[in-house]
Design a protein around this ligand. Sequence first.
Ligand SMILES: [Zn+2]
Ligand SMILES: [Zn+2]
Length: 342
Amino acid sequence: MQALVKDKPERGASLLDRPVPEIGDNDLLVKVKAAAICGTDIHIYQWNKYASSRINLPLLFGHEYSGEVVQVGKNVTAFKEGDRVAAETHIPCCHCFQCTTGLQHICRDMKIIGVHVDGAFADYSVLPDVCAWKLDPSITYPVGATMEPFGIGVHALAYTQPVGKKVVVFGCGPIGIYAQMVAKLSGAECVIGVDITNERLELARKMGTDVILNATEVDVPQEIEKISKGFGADIVVELSGNQAAVKNATRALRRGGDLVFVGLFSGPVEIDVTNDIIYKEAKVYGITGRVMWDTWWSAQSILLSGKLDPGPVITHQFGLEDYDNALELAESGKTGKIVFNI
Ligand SMILES: [Zn+2]
Ligand SMILES: [Zn+2]
């Protein structure tokens, strides 16, 4: 089978011919139909510090995917050949404290598909049955591949109450836009998207965001103060992973507001805890991945309701052989989601 493999400790990747993988007793063999490019894949492609400190070579990467089950291990009862599935990226151990208390997505022994084990930029992928989500027949494979990042957008707002509120999302990459769409659907009175790239801001606007702010052109906290008539934002979601954005995010938050951190930072981040957290009585949340399977049920309900269509957030689709172009385009930071059709 064709497989996009990170095989050298340098920039790039290689499309190799590999045998179809063997599955274990609790696994599914999935014929990959669509696989989306994530920030993690860009790190792996670039081979920056984030990637080189986490990854053992060679690695077949790619983790946001959907496909058709073509074989099941002998212990698998919930899935069968022909089932359409989407993949949950976090592989829980199923035994630790977190896994046994409904927090599998932050399992202490968690492995990640396409990071710790071989992934899905290939014709076939091994999917542990604990990570398989049955894809509704009405959801296309490309959208199915993006249920994983869409789920982060859903999870990002799960502990807040956006009804009638002003919600600001820093970062208009695909997950940022999903979060903005979910905020809008959840009844937010005004959704504000902040980014430094006009292409992404325009995509956010196209998907329904009320106000877009380019942080290189305006003083973001000042603009938010104007929009909120001096109150500040009720809910701020930080998805940019950028120190400068954190400063704006904490300043823009109103007293008693919710501050949700989702985007990953390359190092420690400076926050004025006294003034921006304590005196504001800000409620701070860290969000990672998707609650299994609460978030997936919510994400599916939203998709099936037809009230929100994340399809147009996929701005580009490629064949796997075009991987260099696809990953370089993703690297530009100017696109929505990029999906390989495999
Ligand atoms: Zn991802
Ligand atoms: Zn666990």
